[in-house]
Structure formats: C-alpha cells, structure tokens
Write a protein that binds this ligand. Structure first.
Ligand code: AMP
Ligand code: ZN
Length: 468
C-alpha cells in the first residue's frame, strides 16, 4: 500500500483514490515567459516519478499540468521583445515541450491554458461574488479572505499570523492585505478580455481553481507543486474552489522540496539559476533524474556538480549491465539458469516507493540488484538467455519505467557514449591549450563544428551544444 505525505493533514496517509482505479492528478506548471530552470525540473521530475509509480501500481492516472499564459511577467517580456504576448507564450511553450521530452518526463494528458478558459474563470468569480466571498473595486475583483473561515488550513497558519508575517503586495483597493486579485483591470495597452467587471484578465490563483474544476470536477485526488506554492497559491486555490463549490477540493496535497544553490532557493528572481537546457548540455536526462531520485523529495537539495558527477558514476555501473544484457540478447544462448530470487528485489523496491516515495532507497535496491547480478554473471560461464530476459524485465519495470534513470534503447546508449567521447575530445583540447598548441585547439573546435557540435568556452570551462 502506497503511503504519501499529505500537506493538508500533515501526515503520511494511505493512498486511496476517490474512484479507484482512476486517479486525477493536477500539477501547477510553468508561467511561459522564459526557459524553465533545473529547480522547476526537480518538481516536474518528482511529479513524473509519482505519476509513473501510480501507473506501475495499476492505477489509471489522468495527469493535467496547467500553462500560465497570461501574467504580468509575460506582458513585461512582450514589451521588452516588442512582440505580442501570444508570440511570447508560443515560443516558451514550444521550448517547454522540447525540454520536457529531453528530460524523459511523460507528456501530460491535458495541458490547460489560462487564455482558453476565460469563460470558466469568469463564471467561478461570479459564483464567488454571489456568495459574498468576492468584491469588485473599480474593475478589480478581490477575494475576501476574512469571509472564508478555513483560510490558512493548508499552510497551517491563522489569519493574524499571516497578516503580520505577510509579504503580500500592498494595494489600496484591497479591504484586507491578504485579499488577493481574482480579476485584474486592464491597464492601457495591456491584453484584455471583456467581463462583467469591464476589460481585464484573470489573476493567477483563479486559473488553477477554474481549470482543475473544468477538467477534473469539484473534488479530485492529487494536487502537486513545489513547496513555494503552499502559500499563498494553493491556500488561495482551496479558498476559491471550496468557497465556490462548497465541496472538498483535493484529497492529497503533495509538495516538493526546493532545489537550492548554496542553500538558497534556485529562482528566476534571485538570478541564481541554470536552465534545464544548460544542464542537459552537460548531463544526460538519466543522470539528472538519478540526481533527483537520490534525494528525499520533500527535503531541500543543493545543486552541485559533485553530486551530479557521482550520480553519473553510479549510473555507469548500471549501464554496464544494461549494455551486457543487450549484447547477450542479440545472441541468445542456452545455458544454466541460476537460482535468483528476483521477487526479493521487487518487493524491496515497492516497499521503498510505498513509504512516501523513498526513491533514494529504491535506487539503492537497484544498485544491490546490479551488484548481485554481476556476481552471478562472474560465477557462471554460460547463462541461459531466459535469465537475461528476466533481469531485463525487472530493470525495465522499475529503473526505466518508474524512475526513468536508464534506457534499454540502444540509441540512447550510443548517445551517452557520444557524450563521453566529446568530453574526452574537450579534455584533449584543454591540454593542447595548456601546451600553447593553439592551432590544434582551433582545429578541434572547427572540425567539431563541421560535425554540428559547437564548443562554448567560458570561465567555468567548456560546454558543447549540438546543432542539427
Ligand atoms: P514557476 O514557473 O515558478 O511557477 O514554477 C513551476 C513549478 O516549479 C512550480 O511547481 C514551482 O513550485 C516549482 N519550483 C520553482 N522553483 C523551484 C525550486 N527551486 N525547486 C523546486 N521546485 C521549484
Ligand atoms: Zn496552480
């Protein structure tokens, strides 16, 4: 039985969906005004692993991730780049999809966009207004937090605490500093939609309430996101959805710990970030996923090259076995079939994952498995083909399909070898430069360029990018 920590009840709870075996899972996605960073990728990948594990356990999961495609930051970017907001969001939605594929994150079943749900959003705001939970001030509509008694139940704070400690934006039109915008009046030159309150656009929080309700109904199973969203975003979603529908909103709230840099949250606004695509130039998706899987999903994790390199080294051990299995299966042989209790590893893997998604323990089980299989291979000269099929099936179901840390696809393996070869050539070029052999260093750079591999030198070293 899977147990998962629920931020709402602050307990690990047995996971029982509302309508088994169906599971509806909603994850807050990106605001599409830039490339996403590797901190965002941590949340996206851990949600992906949870989703994949639910599928492994036989649940039928419908996964939705929203795309926030209208917002102040998008408008700012459209002014900076002198293009309209749709061109901005289209560019970054495309980039988002490319990065998601590269990170081996399963495509969501639904990617609802805010701009395609304006009518649903307006209807929900109208309901809130009719119930006395929202008020209109000169074309701006706010949620009246003091009218919703349970406000603070997710973040575990009461209204007084929240007010004194809040970093809430000040706005003279609000009756209470914690009130938040449901509908924002359009300023001169901003994109707008017509509404009962005049020309404007939706606030961020109402999007998720309206879109999850539209696709999943008033109550659904899992709502996920990074820790930074607990307050105010998710607290506000609960106030809106439960306020409008008078029904429990979500059964399990799942939150992911921050990826930090020097113990500080990686974020766009602090500027201390690496985009996922930058990191993908240096490490494969499998290495990045391994790095995340080796940490507890709720705790903080520091981004570090040392940890990524050690994840890479660990994966090499697993990949050597994958390589061996692939080779054996190309030339099937008959031989001994050793006594090997695969069920023990399967149960250990499931026990780890069932215990609040203990992925680091699950990875440890995979390492034990690889070590024990290697011992058997060393001890038995001629092993039967069925043995290799047997161990491949286990690694595919667990490490490949749940954790996404390896691939039996032979193309993938050649691409990791390709990366190692390019890294080797880069090291040779660095040596050439140290020996002041600049003509060789330039020749290496130019020859790689003709192969579509561009080297980029920076004070932190040389990285490469492939152009096709
Ligand atoms: P944003 O585009 O900032 O709204 O973030 C998209 C998703 O990434 C949300 O679920 C955030 O909670 C999550 N997120 C943002 N920064 C981090 C971080 N440093 N570590 C982990 N998750 C993050
Ligand atoms: Zn959201």
């Amino acid at each position: 039985m899977l147990h998962i920590y629920n931020t709402l009840t602050k307990k690990k709870e047995e996971f029982i969906p509302l309508d088994p075996p169906n599971v509806k899972m909603y994850m807050c996605g990106p605001t599409v005004y830039d490339y996403f960073h590797i901190g965002n990728a941590r949340s996206f990948i851990m949600a992906d692993i949870l989703r994949r594990y639910l599928i492994y356990k036989g649940f039928k999961v419908t996964f939705a991730m929203n795309l926030t495609d209208i917002d102040d930051k998008i408008i700012k970017k459209s002014i900076e780049e002198k293009i309209d907001t749709i061109a901005v969001t289209q560019k970054y939605i495309n980039a988002f999809m490319e990065d998601v594929i590269k990170l081996k994150i399963k495509r969501a079943d639904i990617y609802p966009k805010a701009t395609e749900h304006i009518e649903d959003i307006i209807n929900m705001i109208r309901t809130l207004q009719n119930k006395g939970l929202a008020y209109n001030k000169n074309g701006n509509v706010f949620y009246n937090v003091s009218k919703y008694e349970q406000y603070g139940k997710l973040s575990g704070k009461n209204l007084d605490e929240l007010e004194s400690g809040s970093r809430i934006e000040v706005n003279e039109e609000k009756e209470n500093p914690l009130d938040f915008a449901l509908w924002k009046k359009a300023k001169e030159g901003e994109p707008f939609w017509e509404s009962p309150w005049g020309k404007g656009r939706p606030g961020w929080h109402i999007e998720c309430s309206a879109m999850s309700c539209k696709h999943f109904g008033e109550t659904f199973d899992i709502h996920a996101g990074g820790n930074d969203l607990i307050f105010p975003h998710h607290e506000n979603e609960i106030a809106q959805s439960e306020g409008a529908n008078s029904k429990p909103f979500v059964k399990y709230w799942v939150h992911f710990g921050f990826l930090n840099i020097n113990d500080e949250k990686m974020s766009k606004s602090l500027g201390n970030f690496f985009t996922a695509r930058e990191v993908l130039n240096r490490y494969s998706a499998e290495v990045i996923r391994m790095f995340f899987a080796q940490a507890y999903y709720r705790g903080p994790l520091n981004f570090s090259d040392d940890l990524l390199s050690s994840a890479e080294k660990g994966l090499e051990k697993i990949n050597n076995l994958v390589f061996r299995i692939n080779n054996e299966l190309v030339n099937p042989k008959q031989g001994t079939n050793p006594d090997f209790n695969i069920e023990y590893y399967r149960q250990s893997f499931e026990k780890a994952m069932d215990e609040d998604l203990n992925t680091s323990q699950a990875v440890a089980v995979i390492f034990d498995f690889v070590r024990d299989v290697n011992r058997i291979i060393a001890e038995n000269k001629a092993l039967d083909n069925s043995f290799f099929l047997f161990i491949k099936e286990f690694l595919t179901a667990t490490a490949e399909e749940v954790l996404g840390i390896l691939s039996f696809d032979t193309d993938q393996i050649s691409s990791s070898i390709e990366k190692e070869l390019i890294d080797l050539i880069i090291t040779i070029r660095i040596d050439a430069k140290k020996q002041k052999n600049f003509s060789l260093a330039d020749k290496i750079r130019d020859d790689l360029k003709t192969l579509g591999i561009i080297l980029e030198d920076s004070p932190n070293g040389t990285t490469f990018k492939k152009v096709t």
